[in-house]
Structure formats: C-alpha cells, structure tokens
Unconditional design. Sequence first.
Length: 133
Amino acid sequence: MECLARAIYFEARGEPEKGQEAVALVVLNRVKNEHYPDTVCDVVYQNDHMRNKCQFSFACDGKPDTIKEKDAYEKAESIAREVLACGNGECEEPNLLMRSTHYHADYVTPRWAKKLKRTGQVGRHIFYYTASM
C-alpha cells in the first residue's frame, strides 16, 4: 500500500481524485500484465537505478522523495487503500480508462504514445493501454 500511495502522491497529488485513482489503476494493471513485475513496489520502482528512464519519473529523477504535503499524502493513502480493496477498480462502473497501463502529462509527447490505444484524459494526464492486457 505504501508504494502505491507514494506513486499517487508523487505522480498525481495535484490531480482530481479520479486522476489519482487512474494513476493507481495504471500501477495495478501493470502488476497484472505479464510484461511488468508482479508486485506493486516492483512496478513502481522498475528501473529506478536508471536516471530519468524508469517507469514513474519520481522514482529516478534524482530528487529526494520527501513527503512535504501531509494532507495530500493521507489522501493518496486513502485512494491506495480503496483501489487495492476494490480489486483494481472492480467497485467502479467499468470504463476504458480502467484498462490503462500507461500515462503521461499533457505537456509532453513520448514516442511510445503513438504505439498504444488512448483511453482518455483526467486532469493533466493522458492515459493509454496495451492490447496485450
């Protein structure tokens, strides 16, 4: 739960709650996907030893991962608990966004985005999924 909460906090704390949930679902969808590690922590910190080449930028950007906004982190913990308890979003009304395995901020255009199916946008994050799910 802590690894998921940290991913939500560092990747999406300024996003609406639905956007934070979507980031959490990306992590859990990767856990289910054979092309990624089998645990939440391993997904979140995959390639964290490679500066600016990891899966989640906070894990390898060289900046200290210091939680400075207590309320935002408590919200991230709450969202992490809810998403984990719901079995990857099964408590929600199904939608295409729930299949997402990737996302990026709307101010960047990564090369990989062209190869994936766009599922939607929440706040400043654009979400995608791979067909291998």
